[in-house]
Ligand binder design. Structure first.
Ligand code: C2E
Ligand code: CA
Ligand code: CA
Length: 500
């Protein structure tokens, strides 16, 4: 039984005892005191009335105390004694009403960076102490007119009316940041904070709108560089909202495997034989329709979804190609794209390998395409990564080759199987002689290194002829075949000759 039941029972029993004793002894006393029977009845009525009055007063005091206690719980944050979210909003609304025309209502949200990590490292009690100490600093720094709140677990909010200019307000916000930094230094904790700032009436007329604007500014800030402060930006916030919606939908559709794949054949230019396919992902958004990978892949990378995308691509490509019995005879090579983030993360690459290990028969067909710029960070490191992947039986292609300026050096140091000449050079082939010279140079170099070379984005007969004449071994592009679904690929796989 909870403790409060015992307390309530104890009070009720004490009351019953006192009331019982009162009835017995007061009746006896009254009888002894009042001899007249008529008077006795009247006195008993007064006695009953007195009892009712006393119990009513006791009840009143008890209820008042309980109500006060619940009010405190509903108004203040129990850990720090600062205002809670509800009271902050209510009192901010009062400030909105009090605001003089020349004044601004400033709302700052302060979020402790990586608080979860602090919790993990120091334990809850110690991490809570940090918050309590900082709340004390806030209380002693600001006057009583300033609203200070804590929004669990690790956010603080400050709201005040100011006659200052926007520039001066920025100085105040900076001062708050310094207050935080100093408090952390004094507590010998390595912690930073990110802040979002909104100004009323510019960013919102009602308290709720200004608070929402401050929260948006904070979440925008947290996506960027932390340990800083960010003022609310309306147009950014609308874009951000759309982006967040897109991220949400992408996560959902990815989990439900509602994306699909297309395959673009790659041909040997000397005889038109199909050498392989490049797998390209497609997202048909339920409301917005087709969203190009150029739009959602960078978002996916940023949101840590690239691994999920690659896993989906590997699994679905194998499932479809295998189901249509396309692997082995016509299609000897399946190229998939991985993002730069994945390539440069040991953890993500290991996860990719684990996924591939689940389908050992697929490994011999797989070729990983990675853009040239992704491998530029650190050639030595990249060489190690590629070697490791090759030991696992994978092939390697450098995509968008020629755009990175250090291309030729890369050929020497990276153990790659293929380079893919960037579409922009092929595009300029029709008239430009410079593009032709670059392609010739790439073809010449790759021959020396025993690396095969493929040109992408072939759109005309002339481009095809020129590439073939220059000794480029393979080609891919709309002129040869557009990316297609598995059903079309299956229908056309016998079509091995390059249109001439
Ligand atoms: P990319 O790897 O350079 O892929 C080639 C892109 O060129 C594809 O666009 C393809 O449809 C397009 N293309 C093919 N032939 C021609 C042509 O003759 N002319 C022109 N103008 N374009 C041609 P897509 O499918 O829109 O993909 C765009 C980019 O999105 C890809 O560029 C790649 O970087 C990324 N991407 C696509 N699928 C995936 C994926 O599964 N994973 C990852 N990480 N990235 C992907
Ligand atoms: Ca590619
Ligand atoms: Ca490319």
């Amino acid at each position: 039984m909870p403790k409060r039941y015992f307390s309530a029972l104890k009070i009720a029993l004490i009351y019953a005892l006192i009331a019982g004793l009162w009835i017995v002894f007061s009746d006896q006393a009254l009888e002894a005191w009042v001899g007249n029977a008529g008077h006795l009845t009247q006195m008993q009525t007064y006695k009953g009335g007195f009892f009712v009055c006393v119990t009513a007063i006791v009840l009143f005091v008890l209820i008042l105390r309980t109500l006060k206690a619940t009010e405190v719980i509903h108004q203040f944050d129990p850990l720090t004694g600062l205002l809670n979210h509800h009271m902050f909003a209510a009192q901010l609304e009062r400030k909105v009403a009090m605001r003089k025309p020349q004044q601004m209502l400033v709302v700052v949200y302060l979020d402790v960076d990586h608080f979860a990590l602090l919790n993990q490292e120091m334990g809850f009690a110690q991490a809570n102490n940090i918050l309590i100490n900082f709340s004390r600093v806030l209380k002693s720094h600001y006057s009583a007119n300033v609203l200070i709140a804590r929004f669990p677990p690790d956010q603080f909010a400050i709201g005040f009316l100011s006659d200052k200019t926007a520039g001066q307000i920025e100085a105040d916000v900076k001062a708050l940041k310094q207050l935080f930094d100093k408090s952390m230094l004094e507590q010998q904790v390595e912690s930073t904070c990110t802040m979002g700032v909104a100004l009323g009436p510019e960013d919102g007329k009602q308290a709720k709108a200004i608070m929402e604007a401050a929260a948006t500014a904070l979440s925008q800030g947290k996506l960027g560089t932390r340990n800083s402060f960010y003022f609310f930006n309306k147009s950014l916030s609308e874009l951000e909202y759309q982006r967040q919606m897109l991220v949400k939908d992408l996560r959902h559709d990815l989990a439900q495997e509602r994306l699909s794949l297309v395959y673009q054949p790659q041909y040997r230019l000397s005889d038109g034989a199909v050498m392989g396919v490049e797998v390209l992902i497609r997202w048909n958004h339920q409301e917005q329709g087709f969203i190009p990978p150029d739009v959602f892949i960078p978002i996916a990378e940023e949101q840590g979804l690239s691994q999920a995308i690659t896993r989906f691509v590997v699994r679905r490509a194998y499932q479809e190609l295998n189901e249509h019995d396309l692997l082995g005879q016509e299609i000897k090579r399946v190229s998939i794209n991985i993002s730069a983030v994945e390539f440069n993360s040991r953890k993500l690459l290991d996860a990719l390998l684990i996924e591939i290990e689940k389908i050992p028969v697929f490994r011999q067909y797989l070729q990983i395409e990675i853009t040239e710029t992704a491998t530029l960070n650190n050639i030595e490191q990249s060489a190690k990564i590629i070697k490791n992947l090759k030991q696992q039986g994978l092939k390697f292609s450098v995509d968008d080759f020629g755009t990175g300026y250090t291309s030729l050096a890369m050929l020497k140091d990276l153990p790659i199987d293929e380079v893919k000449i960037d579409r922009s050079f092929v595009d300029e082939l029709d008239g430009e002689t410079k593009a032709k010279a670059i392609i010739e140079a790439i073809v010449g170099m790759t021959h020396g290194f025993d690396i095969s070379v493929i040109a992408e984005g072939i759109e005309t007969q002339q481009q095809l002829d020129l590439l073939r004449d220059m000794g480029c071994s393979e080609g891919q592009g709309y002129f040869l075949a557009r990316p297609m679904g598995i059903a079309d690929l299956s229908k056309q796989y016998g079509k091995q000759r390059v249109p001439s």
